[in-house]
Design a protein around this ligand. Structure first.
Ligand code: FES
Length: 512
C-alpha cells in the first residue's frame, strides 16, 4: 500500500481513449492473423495492410492497453550501454545493424505520423545514459565510442541539462519521444480504413501451425490464415521454449507536473540506484509532465508500495518543483543476450513469427518489429534480419540462461520460501494477500476490505510456479515468466492463458 498523491493510472491511458472494436463473433479467413495488439502487433498489422495483405488483429483485452499503455514512450536507438556489449558479442557489423534498424524505427514514426496527419506529440530530443559516480566514466567513454562506431551521432559529455550534477553521459542526437497511444490508435484507425479487421476481447487459445494455419479463440471461433504473428508480449503457444530465454521484470513510474522552464529538454537514463529514466511530455500552458521510471524488480518481489515511495522521493529531491499527478507500473522481458527475438517462431516455422524480449525499449523495438516481420512475410527481409532471429543461440547466453532457470526452479518449489506463506487466513490483513496451505495444496488468498477471503490456486496456469501478491496493485504475479492475475484469478497478463482455479478454504464459504 502507498499513500502517494496522484491517480493510479497511466497518463497515456487517461489522455487517449480509443473506440471499442467488436469481439470476433464468427469464423474468419485472412492472409495474416496478428495475435496481440500492443505496439509490435499494431505496427506489424498496419505495415502488412499497407503492403496489401488482408489482416486480422486479435487482442485478448483492449488495443494498446497492455504493456504498451504503460510505457515511458521514449523512442530511441540508445538502449542503455548496449553498443559496447553488442560489438563484443555480434561484432562491429552486428552493432551497426542494430543501430541502423533502431534509428530507422525512430525516423519511421516521424514519417508515418506526417503521412497520416497524426498529432502524437512527437518531439525530437537527445538521449543520454549518465552516471553520477566518477568510476563509471571510463565505461561511458567506451560506450560513446562504440555507439559512434555503430553509426549513431554519439559523444561523451559532462553537461546534460539535468538539474543535478553528473560525472558524465553518453549523448546520442536525433532521438525522440511521443504519446504512444495517440500514434498507435491512429494506426489502428488507418488499418480499419484499409479493410483490416480488429477484434478486442478476443483471446486466442490455440494455434495449429500448418498450411494454412488455424487459430481458435476462447469463444470457439476459428481464424484460418497463411501466416500468424504472435505478438503477445510474452509469447503464448511457445513451442520453441523461448520463455526459458526471457527474464521478466517490472518497473514503476511516477508522472509530475513541472514548470516548463525546469524542463531538462532531453531523455535520460542511469543504471545507478536500481535505474532511473527521465523524460518530459507536453502538458498545460507553461508546464511539462515529468515522467520518471525506475525501481526495477522481479514480478512478485513484494514491497511495491515502498518501492513507489522511494521513486517518488527521488523525484521530489531531484525536481523539487514537481507535483506528482500519476503513478503506474510497467512490465517487460529481456532476452538472455540483450537482443530482442523477432522472426520465425521456432526452428521449423515457415508461417509463424514472433516479436518479444524488448528489454524495456518497446517503442523503437515494436516499430522495428513491425517493419521486420512485415518484410519477412512479404519476402523482402532487410540485411539486419538475422541479428534478431529467435533461432540464434549464443554460447555467451549460457550464464544468463542458467541464472534465469535457477530463478524459475526456486519459484516452482516455492513452498520452501517461508516469506510468501502465512499459517492461516486470519493472519492476512484486509486489502492484502498471502499464500496459505489448505488441504495439502497452496492457496493464494486475498482478503478484501470487508474482511472476506477470496481463495484461488497459487499454482500459475502457465507452468506451475507459485504466484506472489503485489500489495500496491492488488494482483497475483508469477515470478517465473511474469503472468499476472486479478484477485479473482482471471488473467491480466500472459503467458498464462487460463485463470487460477477457485479454491475452498476450510471454514470459509463463497469463493469455492
Ligand atoms: Fe510461467 Fe507462471 S508465467 S509459470
Amino acid at each position: 500500500m502507498t499513500h502517494l498523491p496522484g491517480t493510479e493510472e497511466s497518463y497515456w491511458m487517461e489522455t487517449a481513449e480509443g473506440p471499442v472494436h467488436p469481439a470476433l463473433g464468427d469464423g474468419l479467413e485472412v492472409d495474416v492473423a496478428v495475435v496481440g495488439a500492443g505496439v509490435a502487433g499494431i505496427c506489424t498489422a498496419w505495415e502488412l495492410a499497407r503492403a496489401g495483405r488482408r489482416v486480422a488483429l486479435l487482442e485478448a483485452d483492449r488495443v494498446a492497453a497492455g504493456v504498451t499503455g504503460y510505457t515511458t514512450a521514449k523512442l530511441s536507438a540508445q538502449h542503455g550501454l548496449l553498443y559496447d556489449r553488442l560489438r563484443g558479442a555480434s561484432g562491429a557489423e552486428g552493432a551497426r545493424h542494430y543501430a541502423r534498424s533502431q534509428q530507422e524505427a525512430v525516423e519511421h514514426v516521424g514519417r508515418v505520423a506526417a503521412e497520416l496527419g497524426v498529432d502524437c506529440e512527437l518531439e525530437r530530443v537527445p538521449a543520454h545514459v549518465y552516471a553520477e559516480s566518477e568510476e563509471a566514466v571510463d565505461a561511458l567513454r567506451t560506450e560513446a565510442e562504440a555507439a559512434r562506431e555503430a553509426g549513431l551521432e554519439a559523444s561523451f559529455v559532462r553537461d546534460t541539462g539535468l538539474p543535478y550534477p553528473v560525472a558524465g553521459a553518453v549523448r546520442v542526437e536525433h532521438q525522440a519521444q511521443f504519446h504512444p497511444r495517440k500514434y498507435l490508435l491512429a494506426l489502428v484507425a488507418d488499418l480499419v480504413a484499409r479493410g483490416g479487421s480488429v477484434h478486442e476481447r478476443t483471446r486466442v487459445v490455440s494455434l495449429d501451425e500448418g498450411e494454412p494455419c488455424r487459430l481458435t479463440t476462447e469463444a470457439g471461433y476459428e481464424v484460418v490464415c497463411r501466416d500468424v504473428v504472435v505478438a503477445t508480449h510474452y509469447p503464448v503457444f511457445d513451442r520453441a521454449l523461448l520463455f526459458s530465454r526471457l527474464v521478466p521484470h517490472r518497473e514503476l513510474v511516477v508522472a509530475a507536473v513541472l514548470p516548463a522552464d525546469r524542463d531538462p529538454r532531453g531523455a535520460y537514463l542511469t543504471q545507478e540506484g536500481n535505474t532511473r529514466s527521465v523524460r518530459t511530455a507536453p502538458y498545460g500552458d507553461g508546464e511539462r509532465l515529468l515522467i520518471v521510471t525506475g525501481e526495477k524488480f522481479e514480478p512478485g518481489a513484494g514491497d511495491v508500495g515502498a518501492r513507489h515511495e522511494r521513486l517518488a522521493a527521488w523525484t521530489a529531491e531531484r525536481f523539487p518543483d514537481a507535483r506528482i499527478t500519476h503513478r503506474w507500473a510497467a512490465q517487460d522481458n529481456a532476452t538472455t543476450d540483450g537482443v530482442p527475438f523477432v522472426g520465425p517462431f521456432r526452428p521449423g516455422s515457415r508461417h509463424v513469427y514472433t516479436a518479444t524480449g524488448f528489454g524495456g525499449w518497446g517503442m523503437s523495438n515494436g516499430v522495428m518489429s513491425g517493419r521486420l516481420l512485415s518484410a519477412l512475410i512479404t519476402g523482402d527481409a532487410p540485411p539486419w534480419a538475422s541479428l534478431y532471429d529467435p533461432r540464434r543461440l549464443h554460447l555467451r547466453e549460457a550464464p544468463a540462461l542458467l541464472k534465469a532457470q535457477g530463478s524459475v526452479l526456486k519459484h516452482f518449489v516455492g513452498d520452501r520460501l517461508p516469506s510468501s506463506h502465512v499459517d492461516g487466513v486470519d493472519e492476512i490483513a484486509p486489502g492484502t494477500g498471502a499464500l496459505v496451505r489448505a488441504g495439502g495444496r497452496h492457496c493464494a488468498v486475498y482478503r478484501d476490505e470487508d474482511g472476506v477471503p477470496h481463495a484461488v490456486s497459487a499454482r500459475c496456469t502457465h507452468l506451475g510456479c507459485l504466484v506472489l501478491f503485489n500489495d500496491a496493485e492488488r494482483a497475483w504475479e508469477c515470478p517465473c515468466h511474469g503472468s499476472r492475475f486479478a484477485v479473482d484469478g482471471s488473467v491480466l497478463h500472459g503467458p498464462a492463458l487460463r485463470p487460477l482455479e477457485p479454491r475452498a478454504l476450510p471454514g470459509t464459504e463463497g469463493d469455492g
